[in-house]
Design a binder for this molecule. Structure first.
Ligand SMILES: Nc1ncnc2c1ncn2[C@@H]1O[C@H](COP(=O)(O)OP(=O)(O)OP(=O)(O)O)[C@@H](O)[C@H]1O
Length: 247
């Protein structure tokens, strides 16, 4: 197993006392991790720390063997993330937006923009202004931008926002294909356990700032229960002061 991400005892408290406490997680190459939990569980807080958008009060994160606090550029060099907003310039076309994003990656092969537009199903709308796009199309464009540099780790915060059922099925297919064919690793936060369960190989379940269960889907769902049932069972364990961790 090739380690991609190591999170060790990460804690962050906001004024008022909410936040996340003592989160540890190990992610290996090619795994697709779902980060599940209700509103306020702490998913976005954790993702922001993992991508350097926020600093933890305690704990360490390393990506591809590089500590993000000490070697940020090296740690993030193979990482792409889509967190909170899927912003693009509305007065520009999709292709122009991607050309702007591509300036950050001087080594990008020619034709990569066309390739990602094709991958996300926007090729025929490439010259349309993004202001005319639906929410789902904007989300696809944000995913295209995240794929541009062929990242080895992709971190997605609520990527199904704005996608209809067809879009969700498409996204699951894309994630599964990239993980299988290119060994891309994913960490995907979602409220929708049902939506993402089918594509995840592993899950980290959070509630009220803590991890209440984590491991491979097979471990978490044991004798064939759904991940949702496993989550509800983990909540009951948490109420009794325990968590379900499969190392
Ligand atoms: N800047 C902040 N200041 C104070 N409290 C905050 C701040 N950001 C988040 N919180 C609180 O920390 C907790 C975790 O929030 P976070 O946004 O990480 O949860 P989440 O699981 O991503 O929720 P959602 O699914 O609604 O996006 C919540 O109780 C939230 O109110």
């Amino acid at each position: 197993m090739e380690p991609v991400m190591e999170i060790r005892q990460v804690t962050k408290r906001y004024p008022g006392g909410r936040g996340i406490a003592d989160i540890s997680l190990s992610v290996n190459k090619g795994e697709v991790w779902g980060l599940f939990g209700p509103n306020g569980a702490g998913k976005t807080t954790l993702l922001k720390i993992l991508t350097g958008l926020s600093l933890p009060d305690a704990g360490r994160v390393s990506l591809f063997g590089h500590d993000i606090a000490q070697q940020f550029a090296a740690a993030m060099s193979k990482v792409s993330c889509l967190i909170e907003t899927a912003d693009a310039y509305g007065y520009m076309s999709a292709s122009r937006n991607l050309k702007l994003a591509a300036r950050f990656y001087p080594a990008l092969p020619k034709g990569r923009i066309d390739e990602v537009l094709e991958l996300v199903g926007l090729a025929e709308y490439r010259e349309e202004k993004v202001s005319r796009y639906s929410l789902g199309m904007k989300q696809r464009l944000a995913i295209a931008a995240a794929l541009l540099a062929k990242p080895e780790l992709i971190i997605l915060d609520e990527p199904t926002n704005g996608l209809d059922i067809e879009g969700i099925v498409w996204l699951r297919g894309l994630i599964a294909r990239l993980a299988k064919e290119e060994g891309t690793t994913f960490l995907i936060s979602s409220h929708g356990i049902h939506e993402m369960e089918q594509v995840c190989t592993h899950a980290c379940m959070m509630s009220a700032g803590s991890v209440i269960g984590q491991g491979s889907l097979a471990q978490l769902t044991g004798g064939g229960m759904t991940l949702e049932a496993a989550y509800l069972s983990a909540i009951q364990h948490q109420e009794k002061g325990a968590s379900i961790v499969h190392a």
